[in-house]
Design a protein around this ligand. Structure first.
Ligand code: SAH
Length: 414
């Protein structure tokens, strides 16, 4: 006997359903997009990795449509809270188009833009950066990180939507972040569409050119999130002696040189990153004599500089994530305090410190407390000129404070 179409649909819907424990619907009603394993009472059907499931409260109420993740502690991530919105090709097209339109309105004077920033753009686990060069025939490259089962399952639809909406034919995948393991997904890198990227491509930001290694560099190759902060350094650097710690490929160093810094010392423990930094100086035609690159450990070098009696007008501290999770907060706090104490002691009176944490587990208030402790223990009086954050292409949802990872303080030693 043939089933009526509607009852087939309802059967399919019933097959892939997560039913939450009583009370566990609260965070979803506040539009928080994650469903933890511990919140799930029952799974109906046998959803595959990345399959769309309907999420229901214990009383059967519809809450959301979400992507199922069989291995992760985050069992599902919400695609939509709208019962009328199906998750199909058109859904991904809409999400991509909306994200792109926002960047078109808000992001200017740069070739390096975050087009999609995961949850904040309604696509949990997906990061897409675009690198463009200047002039005809210049670089146009998308670099994607698929970091959750849902976006992994919809990869083809997403890549198609991206190519269609941007007109950029070249898409490279850098799904080699450690979080993939927690999703039960293999590490993947390679071309998803168009041409393979060159060894290093050239992009630009605030009038400065940068080489970017999208194949092997950190994240998608460049710290797009620090754009506004690099511009701040560019505006403040004239005539100053600048120290850039954890410089990677020299983002802040180049900004300082572009702003007319008298000298810039840059420290990083990655020789490959430093080599690109030095090439960036050449690419922009800046005086290499004003730029010193040190392949060294920042913790040790800060102490050594103090012993040498060195001092600076402006210091940037942009370390890697010291606290990968909440378990590491205490140790991370000590590390942040350590480098900030050392940095503050190297500042001349009136000098400026730009200090950052990209640890999601350390919020802005805790970070400020750590810095206050560092100043106090260093015996230095400092004032906060401004709180700093990532650029407008990294927005965060009010319902998802976890999305705020980069926080910074612009300080002045009095
Ligand atoms: N400020 C950079 C991004 C920094 S990423 C920018 O805007 O582009 C963090 C950098 O810290 C990485 O390049 C890494 O190689 C470096 N690093 C990590 N631990 C270090 C240490 N102990 N000493 C020196 N560099 C370190």
């Amino acid at each position: 006997m043939r089933r009526p179409f509607a009852s087939v649909l309802s059967l399919v819907a019933r097959m892939n359903t997560l039913i939450l424990k009583p009370g566990k619907e609260k965070s979803l009603l506040r539009r928080h997009p994650w469903i933890y394993t511990t919140a799930v009472a029952k799974i109906e059907g046998k959803p595959a990795s990345g399959a769309t499931v309907v999420v229901r409260a214990a009383d059967g109420r519809f809450l959301a449509r979400a992507a199922f993740s069989p291995v992760s502690a985050i069992r599902a991530r919400v695609w939509t809270f709208d019962e009328q919105e199906p998750v199909d090709h058109a859904f991904f097209k809409r999400r991509v188009t909306t994200a792109l339109e926002y960047r078109r309105q808000m992001i200017h004077n740069t070739g390096a833009t975050r087009l999609l920033f995961g949850e904040a753009d309604g696509l949990p686990g997906l990061i897409v950066d675009r690198y463009q060069g200047e002039g005809a025939g210049a670089t146009d490259q998308l670099v994607c990180q698929f970091m959750a089962a849902g976006v992994e399952a919809w990869k083809d639809a997403i890549v198609g939507a991206l190519v269609g909406a941007t007109g950029c034919p070249n898409v490279f995948e850098r799904s080699d972040a450690a979080v993939r393991e927690r999703e039960g997904l293999p590490s993947l890198t390679g071309v998803l569409a168009g041409e393979a990227p060159p060894e290093t491509l050239v992009t630009h930001e605030s009038g400065v050119k940068y080489y970017v290694d999208v194949r092997r560099g950190h994240k998608t190759g460049f710290y797009v999130d620090q754009r506004d902060n690099r511009l701040l350094v560019q505006q403040q650097a004239a005539g100053r002696d600048v120290l850039n710690c954890f410089c990677y490929t020299g983002g802040f160093s180049l900004a300082a040189l572009a702003g007319g810094a008298a000298s810039v010392m840059s420290i990083d423990s990655s020789g490959d990153a430093l080599a690109i930094g030095a090439r960036n100086v050449e690419l922009n035609g800046f005086d290499p004599a004003r730029a010193e690159w040190r392949d060294a450990d920042v913790f040790k070098t800060l102490r050594a500089l103090r012993e040498e009696g060195r001092s600076f007008d402006m210091i940037v501290l942009d370390p890697p994530k010291f606290a990968p999770s909440a378990h590491h907060v205490d140790r991370a706090a000590r590390a942040y305090k350590d480098i900030n104490m050392a940095g503050l002691k190297l500042l001349r009176p009136g000098g400026q410190l730009l200090t950052y944490s990209c640890s999601g587990a350390i919020d802005a208030d805790l970070f400020q407390k750590i810095i206050a402790g560092a100043a106090s223990d260093a015996g230095v009086e400092a004032r906060i000129l401004r709180r700093l954050s990532a650029g407008l292409d990294h927005p965060m949802l009010t319902s998802f404070p976890e999305g705020e990872y980069l926080k910074g303080l612009w300080l002045q030693r009095t």
